[in-house]
Ligand binder design. Structure first.
Ligand code: 5GP
Length: 211
């Protein structure tokens, strides 16, 4: 008898985007804690490691020359300059793990989402999280840190710019209530795992059924 959960399947790249303050980081943390099949992708960086950081866990730490080589060989899904160093999402390890059925979570903005979709559209699933209202978003940004009104205003402007990209995503969830939002996000993930083309174990299984 077949147990569908043990049939082999291809992993997916699960992208969560939202303006800051809409709850994306909390939802990401809940997913990583509760779903063993989901991992964060480990980036490559030219930044030196901090004292508590481990190579291969926090980042893959590489030299400038090594990073150049990886760019030349098209080893990145995307890469960017951030605060004077370079950071990138490596393709090799992810491609291999996808084949083995590993899912990856990406907590990235709309630009990173576009780049990832261009490199590997078939494995990507995109979810955008919206705040329930602008007043609530402002309230969440205000309670988060003791920032001045100007800083909050500029965060609100950035949040609105991010929200303007909502229609580029396949799924959109309004975060009214954290548990309800998490439940919806995990239902999306569960349904996407069941897509026929991801269930690579079906071909041998059905062949056996037909014999
Ligand atoms: P940190 O050096 O503090 O670990 O990270 C600095 C910044 O680099 C963060 O804003 C983080 O989001 C960004 N970053 C980390 N990994 C990647 C990556 O693979 N690609 C891009 N584009 N940015 C990254």
């Amino acid at each position: 008898m077949a147990d569908q959960d043990t049939l082999h399947r291809r992993g997916l790249l699960f992208i969560l985007s939202s303006p800051s303050g809409a709850g994306k980081t909390t939802i990401s943390r809940m997913l990583l804690e509760r779903d063993d099949a989901v991992k964060l992708s480990v980036s490559v960086t030219t930044r030196p490691p901090r004292p508590n950081e481990q190579d291969g866990k926090d980042y893959y730490f590489v030299s400038d020359a090594e990073f150049d080589r990886m760019v030349d060989e098209d080893d990145f899904y995307e890469w960017a300059h951030v605060f004077g160093h370079r950071y990138g999402t490596p393709k090799g390890a992810i491609r291999k793990a996808l084949k083995d059925g590993q899912d990856f979570l990406f907590d990235i903005d709309w630009q990173g989402t576009q780049q990832l979709k261009q490199k590997d559209d078939q494995d990507v699933v995109t979810v955008f999280i919206l705040p329930p209202s602008i007043a609530e978003l402002r309230r969440r940004l205000e309670t988060r840190a003791s920032d001045s009104a100007e800083v909050i205003d500029s965060r609100m402007e950035r949040a609105k710019a991010e929200i303007s990209h909502w229609a580029e995503y396949e799924y959109v969830v309004i975060n009214n209530d954290l548990d309800a939002c998490y439940a919806k996000v995990s239902e999306i993930l569960a349904a996407e795992r069941m897509r026929r083309q991801r269930q690579t174990g079906l071909i041998p299984f059905v062949r056996e059924l037909m014999e």
